[in-house]
Design a protein around this ligand. Structure first.
Ligand code: GLA
Ligand code: CA
Length: 779
């Protein structure tokens, strides 16, 4: 009997290895000016989608949607911090099962490009780096200088490789390329670090797959690596010949590729919903196709930044909305949009040999509405405090082992008069302050707020500072962004400064278990921070959009799923609620609100609300009644910009002292009355860029902040695709002015200017003057 079993087993093995031999092994190479798949030219048309931004139940639907749009590849970031939320405890199961995600793509004949970081940006908390790195006080990231960072990165890569290295094309899977780091030249110039990352990826197990890097058209060079394909990123509407001019000259044999072709853009809380037109997106896409340039569409489908995973940009600090719709061709809920139809039509004319676009587009998931209901149970924050920790010094939340959420700092405030002020240095990111249980004010990091007036107190009283973390910086030099209070809390009065010590610290984590464990009681709305709980019944389930416009600021959990942050300032007023996380019968919802709600009601809508901004005038760069007065000023320079979309540099005749730098736009190339500018650097006496970390806009005569996200701070937000644009309504015509406060005085010798990226776009400045001052301009 044993023998028979053995023979059957042997035959089985022989047959199965035979069948895998029969399946022809695929090959992929970086060839001469083209990619080569199975010995044939292959143009990559990749669709970027993010597995944590799509409920697992919908992964296959979204992959099929990408396929039906005309894509042949899926591009995916791996988010380190979602897999290693606690140091050394890795999770690649369920929603984190990247292997299953790749296999699903393979099932539909799609190739995969993997981008494992370690840093990914992606408008994601800390750009994908784990928060616990910040427990090391002197941590440095993305550099060889920090051995701990490098060691942790290697461990992480080895875990990713365990999951994905068996799926490279050479191993019979569908992974054709792996990216090394992400837009590194935007952060540093440590080439040895880049080599280390590359070696770590190879050593981890990605040793038989093509590697590539991505950067921008003017900065890809310094970190180019031997044997690694350089590619560049840019957005809808870009001038393709200009973008590829340098790289195609420098690297005459590489296939050209745009690794991130931005289809739209992301949304910030308190700023208008960003969009990019179908014409711009398809225009430069067609230009790439005509030139046989491969691309990955970032995003093909943005999805939702559920939970606490949204990141932030700085300077100035600005936090990401929950929706990552991105104005992408496939909407947040997986719907076909006009962009989708246009891309599908366009790509049909540019298929590789043997490819077809499926005739059918997958059906949209069912949508339901939910009639308005009230959350009737309340658990006030101050009567639901967890066990405190004690700390003599104030410290950020990471030092108390908390990754995300809210933290309450409590101490004693000595008696004193009402001339005193409280200085909180720094609030990361939003705080409500109470003296003796009475709210005395709020502080918002987006405005750099740090100081509050203290009331008179006749005896020692209790001081409570409740701080909410609203997303770690994910881009640029500000990425070491600890949460809570980062430095100190000081009472200032005329005579002295007194730093407060002796803190009781309460941590409010973001997991559902904690929110469900509180003591809820029937009650109406209250005006202190509180959790609200309610239920709603469904006869059938489907996708819906939870309208939370009557709520203040906080986070929502439904049936245990953290569906994200909300904030009354908009522009997003409804949260995408995937039907696969709802149930027939009773469903539970918990909302933590830190600001008072207007009403404790929620309803399910059948469409998103992404563009209902409640404007915050305090953020405008021109305060009411202000007009810049240059009548007594002497210009330091008068000149004209060249047309085109490239960087331009200007030197002053002599170096000058300056803290306030004014650019006056006198005319435009199209004479349409409007001005715009994408990026701006001021040069020090050695011709080097001055750091922009302490910059702020002292004045801008006009900004389009309602219909588009074009405030003046966009000239130093590091993003070349975002720009300051004067109001579309032309409330004011030329001259236009922007004044930058450099934060301190410098000897300045010139400046660098980048126009908006759109070819022959409107509002391009021609003639200009520069004014430099050590003291503020009169306005
Ligand atoms: C860069 C990053 C991406 C993303 C986009 C903007 O290109 O590489 O991760 O942040 O910008 O959406
Ligand atoms: Ca910009």
């Amino acid at each position: 009997m044993k023998r028979i079993i053995f023979i059957v087993f042997a035959i089985h093995i022989a047959l199965s290895s035979c069948s895998s031999l029969l399946k022809k092994k695929e090959t992929f190479e970086v060839g001469n000016r083209e990619f080569v798949l199975n010995q044939k030219p292959f143009l990559i048309r990749a669709a970027e989608i993010h597995y944590p931004r799509i409920p697992k139940e919908y992964w296959e639907h979204r992959i099929e949607m990408c396929k039906s749009m005309g894509m042949n590849t899926i591009c995916l970031y791996v988010f380190w911090n979602i897999h290693e939320q606690k140091m050394d405890s890795f999770d690649f199961e369920g929603q984190n099962d990247i292997k299953e995600f790749c296999e699903l793509a393979q099932k539909h004949g799609m190739y995969i490009i993997v981008r494992p970081g370690p840093y990914v940006c992606a408008e994601w908390d800390m750009g994908g780096l784990p928060w616990w790195l910040l427990k090391k006080e002197d941590i440095q990231v993305r550099t060889k200088e920090d051995a701990f960072f490098i060691e942790r990165m290697k461990i992480y890569f080895s875990k990713v490789a365990e999951e994905l290295a068996p799926l490279t094309l050479n191993n019979g899977g569908n992974i054709i390329m792996v990216q090394v780091e992400n837009e590194y030249p935007l952060y540093g110039n440590d080439k040895e670090y880049m080599t280390l990352v590359k070696d770590a990826i190879v050593d981890a197990g990605f040793n038989n797959v093509e590697l590539f890097t991505c950067a921008w058209s003017h900065n890809y060079k310094p970190t180019m690596l031997e044997g690694v394909l350089p590619t560049i990123n840019f957005g809808a509407g870009s001038n393709i010949d200009e973008q590829f001019k340098d790289i195609s000259k420098d690297c005459p044999t590489i296939p050209l590729m745009c690794s991130e072709y931005w289809s739209g853009w992301f949304d910030h809380w308190g700023r208008p919903h960003a969009t990019r037109s179908v014409e711009h997106m398809c225009g430069s896409m067609k230009d790439m196709l005509d030139r046989k340039i491969s691309f990955s569409l970032y995003m093909a489908h943005g999805g939702t930044t559920f939970g606490q995973w949204g990141g932030a940009n700085t300077p100035p600090y600005s936090t990401m909305a929950t929706s990552y719709d991105y104005d992408a061709p496939i909407s947040e809920a997986g719907w076909v949009t006009p962009k989708y139809t246009a891309v599908r039509e366009l790509l049909g004319n540019y298929l590789n040999e043997g490819e077809e676009i499926p005739e059918k587009i997958p059906a949209q998931n069912p949508v339901i509405t939910i009639p308005e209901f009230t959350l009737e149970e309340v658990a006030p924050l101050f009567s639901n405090l967890p066990e405190p920790k004690f700390s003599e010094e104030i410290k950020p939340m990471e030092m108390f082992d908390q990754g995300w959420g809210r933290i309450l700092y409590r101490t004693k405030l000595p008696a004193g008069d009402d001339k005193r002020k409280l200085l909180i240095d720094e609030v990361h990111d939003w705080a409500v302050v109470y003296v003796d249980g009475e709210k005395i004010g709020k502080l918002d990091r987006r405005r750099g707020e740090k100081i509050l007036d203290l009331p008179q107190t006749n005896k020692e009283t209790r001081l409570d500072i409740l701080v909410e973390a609203t997303g770690r910086v994910n881009f640029g030099g500000g990425i070491i962004d600890r949460k809570g209070i980062t430095k100190s809390v000081t009472v200032l009065d005329n005579k002295q400064k007194m730093e407060l010590k002796g803190w009781e610290v309460y941590n409010f984590p973001v997991d559902h278990k904690f929110q469900a464990s509180l003591d809820y009681k029937k009650s109406g709305k209250i005006d202190v921070p509180a959790w609200y709980r309610g239920t709603f019944n469904l006869e059938k389930v489907g996708d819906t959009f939870l309208n939370v416009e009557t709520w203040g600021k906080g986070m929502v959990w439904v049936n245990g799923y953290n569906i994200g942050r909300y904030w009354r300032i908009g522009p997003q007023q409804a949260l995408y609620m995937p039907g696969c996380w709802l149930k027939e019968g009773e469903n539970e919802i918990i909302i933590l609100d830190l600001d008072t709600p207007e009403a404790c009601t929620v309803e399910g809508l059948d469409k998103p609300v992404l563009d209902d901004l409640r404007p915050d005038k305090t953020l405008f760069s021109r305060k009411e009644g202000e007009t810049l007065d240059l009548s007594k000023e002497k210009a330091a320079m008068k000149d004209s910009f060249k047309s085109g979309n490239k960087w331009q540099k200007f030197n002053f005749k002599k170096t000058q002292k300056c803290r306030y730098f004014c650019l006056e736009a006198l005319s435009g190339f199209r004479n349409d009355g409007m001005a715009s500018m994408a990026e701006f650097y001021v040069l020090d006496k050695n011709g080097k860029d001055i750091s922009r970390n302490d910059w702020s806009i002292a004045y801008a005569d006009s900004e389009e902040v309602m219909q588009d996200n074009n405030d003046a701070a966009k000239i130093f937000d590091l993003q070349e695709s975002t720009f300051w644009h004067t109001s579309w309504s032309k409330e004011k015509e030329f001259p236009h002015h922007v004044v930058i406060d450099l934060g301190k005085e410098y000897d300045v010798s010139g400046f660098r200017y980048l126009p908006r990226p759109q070819e022959n776009g409107p509002a391009m400045i021609k003639d200009f003057r520069i004014f430099l001052k050590e003291t503020p301009f009169k306005k």
